[in-house]
Structures are given as C-alpha cells and as structure tokens.
Design a protein around this ligand. Structure first.
Ligand SMILES: [Zn+2]
Length: 155
C-alpha cells in the first residue's frame, strides 16, 4: 500500500494507546502486514521492478509515495495531534518500516533481511498473488478512499 496509508493507519492505532509507544510501534508494524493483504494494485509495479522492465516507473512511484508521506506526517503533526506525539511517531514508524526494510533488501540484498522480505510478501501476496491484483488505477482509488476514512478518524 501507499506509505501514507501505512503511516495513517499506524497513527490511528497509536492514538488508541497514547501512553504505550512501544506497543504502538509493534501494532503499527502488524497493521502494515495485515493491511497489505488487501489487494491494492501495486503488484505489477513491483514485478516490473524485479524483472528490470519498469525500474524507473517503480522508483518514481516510491519517490512520489515517500514525499506524500512526509507531507502527510507534517500535516497531522501540525494540525491534529498535540499531546501524545511519541506514541504517534512510533505508530507511524512501525507502519512504514516494513517497506523500508524491503527496499533495503531489494537494493543491497542484506542477508539478515531475507526472512523479513519473505515474511512481508507472504502477507502482501496472500490474496493478490493467488487471485490476481487490482488494476493500478482502481487499487489507488481504493487506497485513497481507505486513507480518507483513516485520516478522518485521526485527531
Ligand atoms: Zn508493504
């Protein structure tokens, strides 16, 4: 899913447990794997990256996605959340970290991350790998709706 979607979900979960930043981190990370199970339209993009046929497109997507996530975090920290920032930060960190670790593995093949990489894609491809993914446009549209619903519940 979008990094922003994972960040928003992590923030929302953390908000439910504002005094437990470590639990917020752990649950934020768990929310990443669980939400990735929902087919969300990026499997072909990933395959294009792996096969080498659409590397620039995949990198462009990740860059835009990352920039959007930075703006999202600035947005919620400047408009919505005022007291429990540590837990919210930890929830966001847990929410986005899996994809960053996956990226580190893709780029540098760090051996210690290979099991984590498999673990991530076990969830990510649980449905989309067997039954097919959504087209990119509908997957993105679905995520935007999901994201709007999550953001509307934060703060
Ligand atoms: Zn992921």
């Amino acid at each position: 899913m979008f990094i922003t979607t994972h960040a928003a979900l992590g923030a929302l979960i953390a908000e439910q447990i504002p005094n437990h930043p470590i639990a917020a981190f752990v649950l934020g990370m768990a929310s990443h794997f669980l939400s990735d199970i929902i087919p969300h339209g990026d499997l072909n993009l990933y395959k294009g990256f792996i096969s080498g046929s659409k590397v620039k497109r995949a990198v462009a997507y990740v860059v835009v996605d990352g920039i959007a996530a930075i703006f999202f975090v600035m947005f919620i920290f400047n408009t919505k959340i005022f007291d429990h920032r540590l837990a919210i930060s930890m929830g966001i960190a847990g929410g986005v970290l899996p994809d960053l670790l996956v990226a580190v593995y893709e780029l540098f093949r760090v051996k210690g991350l290979s099991a984590f990489h498999r673990f991530h894609f076990f969830f990510h491809n649980l449905i989309s790998g067997r039954h097919g993914d959504l087209p990119f446009a509908s997957g993105s549209a679905m995520q935007l709706v999901f994201l709007a619903a999550v953001i509307s519940r934060i703060g």
